[in-house]
Design a protein around this ligand. Sequence first.
Ligand SMILES: [Mg+2]
Length: 305
Amino acid sequence: MKVLIVDDSADALAVAKTRLAHEGHEILCAGGGKEGLEAAGRENPDLILLDVDMPDMNGFEVCRRLKQEAATCSIPVIFLSGSGDIDDRIKGLDLGAVDFVTKPFDAFELRARVRAALRTKHLQDLLLKYALIDPLTELPNRRALDERLAQEWARLLRHGGHLSVIMADIDHFKDVNDRFGHPVGDEVLRRVARLLADGCRETDMASRYGGEEFVVVAPETTVQAAADFADRLRVSICLRPLEVEGKAVEVSASFGVAGNEGLTSPEDMIQAADQAMYRAKSAGRNCVKAHQENLQAPKVPQATP
Ligand SMILES: [Mg+2]
């Protein structure tokens, strides 16, 4: 893991670095508060050891700023201080630090405190990761989708451009579960998830919205381009029946597409794509409908289901 040490004293940096050597961490050093803040933002360390007394910006101020920024607020901070003053310790912990070590530190104690802080950080990272992933399909889940859409919407408000969302719903999914059982239903979900994810460009995000519904976020994509993209995804799904015990399970999905034009929030876009998807269901399934009408026919040939 990556540990950033921030201290204005070159000697203190060298000592801390030596004490943490052989623990297998990548050690980064910054010689002052401002440099430390920059390094934290740039390097995203797993832990910061932060000196309290520094001439350009003291450690308390650095910690306060780290905790204010979304990008750095979850990095644990251990204060290093020459004084064991109880008020300083309380102030440091109240500012969000996880620990306080008095200089000159004992090598074994420092290493143990660093290990403890990194263990907690590792667990926190795991929780965060799993909070955003759907366990069955391993796609980003609805919470991750909401976060991503909010980011893309903010970017759209600032820079303009296009944003599209594609809603996909597996056709007759209940029948698959009823006829072949839930393990096969789960395999269908995983298969569709993989095809959607594989079909995405690097800037797109395929997510599991819930049940047999998926949402693809397509930044900088017009609704026309998104409809063409959705049709390619549709074809990739219906061209590959799933083999189960020698039998072919036909799988297809209905798609609804919405661009940002005329819509006022990410929730609106999801709702519009959902309505378009229901029109695709009404039109016979295994097809693409867009919220914004008057689109050209998809440029790719329509596959027969
Ligand atoms: Mg100092």
